[in-house]
Design a protein around this ligand. Structure first.
Ligand code: LLP
Length: 453
């Protein structure tokens, strides 16, 4: 469940009118709901209660320090993939002893930093990496705690770019090869075997793939437990969220079915727990999960303002002030994001889920929709958020909320077209606060130096 709702015709995040936040900090602006993040964390934590478990938040989904602090304070560990992410966790006061360090290409500096700080585990993705960690740990006279990443070869039924647990992917080590790699690891002086890990992909919207990956890896977990006394089995992240609602255009009902209050999680925490808890419980081992999107995805919106309306012979465009550099998901993954006006186009009483005939006739002339492309200012045709989307009539100056942008939104932003990075704000109850300043033009050239010849 998330806390974005229309109240008195204005889109609120928790108890804060989003238009106020945009007025104060400008647009494009990412706004996150602390209450939503904590609600998701608490519900997942409760569902996993029958297991000895640790939720390691996948920092890559949203690494703003304020978000890390929120989750760290709630008890989360962290799944990190770079020295930079570890640096952030430390800066946010997170517990390094609850960090797992994943990624196929860790550098020497990153390994040294993580070893010195004492991460819980290195999730190792190849034999070459294992040898390298052993060497680095020996120069420091330390033992590196490791888990090998298993590639269970299952199809998670998700976008090809975010599918990671099948044979063709660069991730992990094939199940058949793992026992011999563990044997090698056991002989390495500066390696300590502590666990086994997997992650089959992201935005997975059914429980089946998780269950089948677990059942494939279970025999190995038992073997590793008895042979090496491993302490944990990390089943990775990947729980999907709802980005999309079916469109019912042409009636007052459209808005109710289409509005932001509908977004939730793709399959419930309960479905997820029902599928994974029983087989994991039998293993009698600590279970780690690495959710990113599930915790923060529906907890964030990108606010953007319509700059111009452009009508061509073929199409109508709303040109907004956010671009693909701010949110690249539609361009990169053809992903769907709900977009709604912050000022409700045809407000209906909150309790009126099926508008009465009276309110329907009152709204008859107001609730017309039209097809429009919502595009950014970047010089690429791929710079769009939606194409031919049925929307309430938009005007210049309208403030829009691009929903479900809390995960992999700001994180994947760039300075393309020399556009300063957007600001970020956090809402909690009736308070809101800036958690990242908008970049300035000066920021864009900071760090660039004249060639010396
Ligand atoms: N653990 C590992 C090892 C991962 O590689 C990932 C995500 C996660 C956990 C967290 O997955 P989540 O729970 O968030 O699905 N940029 C893409 C998503 C890339 C995911 C990469 N790995 C997007 O915008 O959809």
């Amino acid at each position: 469940m998330h806390f974005f709702r229309y109240r008195d015709g204005k889109l609120h995040c928790e108890d804060v009118d989003l238009a106020r936040v945009a007025d104060e900090f400008g647009t494009p602006l990412y706004v996150y709901s602390a209450g939503t993040i904590l609600d998701h964390y608490t519900r997942l934590d409760a569902a996993l209660a029958p297991l000895d478990h640790l939720i390691c938040y996948a920092v890559k989904a949203n690494s703003n320090r304020a978000i890390l602090k929120l989750l760290g304070d709630a008890g989360a560990g962290f799944d990190i993939v770079s020295g930079g992410e570890l640096y952030r966790v430390i800066a946010a006061g997170g517990d390094v002893g609850k960090c797992t360090f994943a990624g196929v290409g860790k550098s020497r500096e990153e390994m040294e930093f993580a070893l010195e700080r004492g991460v819980y585990s290195f999730n190792v993705e190849s034999e070459a990496e294992l040898e390298y960690i052993d060497r680095i740990a020996s120069t420091k006279n330390l033992r590196a705690p490791i888990a090998l990443r298993a590639n269970p070869d299952v199809d998670p039924h998700t976008h090809a770019y975010v599918s990671t647990g099948s044979r063709e992917n660069k991730f992990g080590i094939a199940l058949g090869e793992l026992p011999s790699v563990y044997e090698r690891a056991a002989k390495m002086r500066n390696i300590e075997i502590v666990g086994v890990q997997m992650h089959i992909g992201s935005q997975i919207t059914e429980a089946g793939p998780f269950a089948s990956a677990i059942s494939k890896v279970t025999p190995l977990v038992r073997e590793l437990k008895s042979k090496y006394g491993i302490m944990f089995f990390s089943i990775g992240g990947g729980m999907g969220i709802v980005y999309r609602r079916a469109l019912e255009s042409g009636s007052g009902k459209w808005w109710h079915n289409h509005g932001p209050a509908c977004a939730g999680s793709a399959f419930s925490v309960r479905d997820y727990a029902d599928a994974i808890v029983p087989p994991l419980r039998e293993l009698g081992i600590r279970v780690l999960v690495e959710p990113g999107r599930f915790l923060v995805g529906n907890a964030g919106v990108l606010l953007t303002r319509v700059r111009y309306i452009k009508q061509t012979a073929e199409k109508k465009f709303a040109i907004v002030d956010a671009g693909m550099n701010d949110l690249i998901r539609p361009a990169l993954y053809q992903s769907y994001h709900e977009i709604v006006p912050v000022k409700e186009p045809w407000p209906v009483a909150e309790t009126d889920s099926f508008p009465s005939s009276k309110s329907r006739s009152m709204n008859k002339n107001m609730n017309k929709t039209e097809k429009i492309d919502i595009v950014g200012p970047v010089c690429e045709s791929g710079d769009f958020f939606v194409l031919d989307r049925e929307m309430p009539k938009l005007h210049e100056g309208d403030l829009l909320a691009i929903m479900s942008a809390g995960a992999y939104g700001f994180m994947m932003a760039s300075n393309y077209n020399s556009r300063p990075l957007a600001a970020e704000a956090l809402v909690r109850g009736d308070k809101f606060s800036l958690i990242r300043k908008r970049q300035t033009w000066e920021d864009l050239v900071r760090g660039e130096v004249e060639a010396e010849w």
